[in-house]
Design a protein around this ligand. Structure first.
Ligand SMILES: [Zn+2]
Ligand SMILES: [Zn+2]
Length: 134
């Protein structure tokens, strides 16, 4: 079963013929800005399992100096996916339709979370990056 996603206005849609993995929420100050939210909600995928269905021409990219980037709908502003050195790397969970069969498995950079956020209990939290074996 494919996983489908769409932006807020619905013009940009995609499908993933595979599974999402390593869903995480990052609470650092950069992710708060990039995702316009209290944290990112993001999961990784296999690049060859991802394809745009509609609206790829509406995507605008933002690339940071370290090679990580984001792609968002130029019409409604939804951030749809993350890239690394130009290749798809993961998707934002907020734009996934339905149940993608993955849950946020960790909250990272909680040491720099917003003062106005309370992190939910019951999911591992890390001050910064998780330990390598997490
Ligand atoms: Zn849109
Ligand atoms: Zn972050």
């Amino acid at each position: 079963m494919a996983i489908n996603g769409a932006c807020f206005c619905g013009e940009v849609t995609y499908k993933i013929d595979g599974k999402l993995r390593d869903a995480r929420s990052c609470h650092c100050s950069m992710c708060r800005k990039a995702f316009s939210s209290q944290a990112s909600s993001y999961a990784l995928l296999e690049p060859n399992e991802f394809s745009w269905l509609t609206g790829e021409n509406l995507l605008t990219s933002f690339n940071s100096k370290n090679g990580a980037g984001l792609q968002f709908c130029s019409k409604c502003g939804s951030t749809l996916c993350g890239t690394y050195k130009g290749s798809i790397h993961g998707v934002t969970l907020g734009c996934v339709e339905g149940d993608p069969q993955v849950e946020l498995g960790m909250h990272i950079f909680v040491g720099s979370k917003a003062s106005w956020e309370t992190i939910p209990e019951g999911v591992p939290q890390y001050e910064e990056w998780p330990p390598k074996n997490a």
